[in-house]
Design a protein around this ligand. Structure first.
Ligand SMILES: Nc1ncnc2c1ncn2[C@@H]1O[C@H](COP(=O)(O)OP(=O)(O)O)[C@@H](O)[C@H]1O
Ligand SMILES: N[C@@H](CCC(=O)OP(=O)(O)O)C(=O)O
Length: 373
């Protein structure tokens, strides 16, 4: 069947733990060789490929001879440090066979939440692509804590897709794509060939991880597709065992599940704000202000804010919550939490007399805001 050709596209390919390590048995050199060969062919056809690879923890556990996945985060981090060596070693061998140089890039949530580090990461990745190097990205597992980790690499794959403004995110996993329910549990499950990323029906279809080494399962892939669609990228979920899967996709063959991006693409800076996984704080809005933001009518003024939470500073990204607690929008706040507490519910004209100065008339200017609903 015909799909959409990937020739000349910038593509992010994400490979999951169970795939990379044969379900935890150790780095699957044969598959890595096959993907490297395909990525080399894509590069010959003008594609730029960024690889997001999981598998460090699974490979580390194998090297350390641990039969059971530990619960303690520091043990998982130790395993990741050991296993990452094996991963990059295998990729280096695989890519070298095709004359390709690869690079290890380890990222954390904090790297992407900080605007300067985000832009640095982006320009480094662009430089690598410019030099025809294949970046191999994983989470920097050894330094993250439980609250601030991506956890699953599907999310990281989507954030990288947005970071490098890729055209397509290809998530390779141990299933041929998305079914309307988990095929491991329901043999009658129906295969989904194409859908629109972000369609809420998809979230109802997806179940959890299929193996003891994978994290997240299908739901994190569906949410990753939704996230990637915000920058206009389509997502393909396909099997990493499918022969020549990447080359066939590049040629326009329909393989796996295609999740197309709805029209519209957020500007790069708004995308960066939308991709923050953890925010410094939030503003509670009254019903009128929440409605105005939903309808994209103007900036957020202090009079529409009833309270604030968190210890944020001027310039931090904060959430704007409706009276029901739904995140309507988020944006760069012009005043710190201590100041917001004083000027909440007040007209703009009162800011100067309350604070003794006026930085900006708005709490969040609409140019610095992204509406999420
Ligand atoms: N609706 C669904 N369609 C396909 N697979 C599903 C679905 N719901 C849950 N799954 C499970 O998701 C698993 C893939 O996710 P995961 O184990 O996290 O792999 P990876 O390591 O590739 O990210 C599949 O093996 C499958 O059992
Ligand atoms: N950073 C971790 C990956 C986390 C994880 O399990 O991701 P995935 O298998 O893609 O669901 C690792 O390399 O082990």
């Amino acid at each position: 069947m015909e799909g959409k050709s990937l020739a000349n596209q910038r593509v992010v390919v994400k490979v999951g733990s169970s795939l990379v390590t044969k379900g935890g048995k150790g780095v699957d050199m044969e598959s890595i060789r096959a993907w490297a060969a395909q990525i080399a062919e894509l590069a010959n056809q003008g594609c730029e490929v960024v690889l997001v690879s999981s598998g460090a923890i699974a490979e580390g556990m194998k090297r350390l001879k641990w039969a059971k996945r530990p619960r303690e985060i520091h043990e998982l981090q130790a395993a990741a440090a050991v296993g990452q060596m094996g991963l990059v070693h295998a990729y280096e061998i695989g890519f070298a066979e095709h004359g390709l140089v690869c690079a290890q890039v380890l990222l954390t949530h904090a790297d992407l939440a900080d605007r300067e580090r985000y832009l640095n990461a982006r320009s480094t990745l662009y430089s690598l692509l410019g030099h025809k190097v294949v970046p191999i990205i994983n989470e920097n597992d050894t330094v993250v804590t439980d609250e601030i980790r991506f956890g699953d690499n599907d999310t990281l794959g989507a954030l990288v897709t947005n970071l490098v403004e890729a055209d397509t995110l290809i998530i390779l996993t141990d299933q041929v794509g998305l079914y309307d329910s988990d095929p491991r549990k329901n043999p009658q499950a129906q295969f989904i060939v194409e859908e629109t990323a972000g369609n809420p029906i998809l979230e109802k279809m997806a179940g959890g991880a299929g193996s003891s080494v994978g994290t997240g399962g299908m739901i994190t892939k569906i949410l990753a597709a939704k996230r990637a669609a915000r920058s206009g990228a389509a997502t393909v979920i396909a099997s990493g065992h499918e022969p020549d899967v990447l080359v066939r996709l590049m040629k326009g063959e329909s393989v796996g599940t295609y999740l197309k991006a709805p029209l519209g693409r957020l500007a790069a800076r708004k995308q960066w704000m939308a991709d923050h996984l953890k925010l410094k704080g939030s503003l509670s809005l009254d019903a009128g202000a929440a409605e105005a933001l939903r309808k994209k009518k103007g900036s957020l003024l202090p009079i529409g804010v009833t309270a604030c939470q968190g210890n944020f500073q001027r310039g931090d990204v904060v959430a704007c919550l409706s009276p029901e607690g739904e995140e309507v929008a988020r944006g760069l706040v012009n005043y710190a939490a201590a100041e917001v507490k004083k000027i909440a519910k007040q007209p703009t004209s009162a800011i100067e007399s309350i604070l003794g100065y006026l930085d900006e008339p708005e709490l969040i200017h609409r140019d610095n805001m992204v509406v999420l609903v």
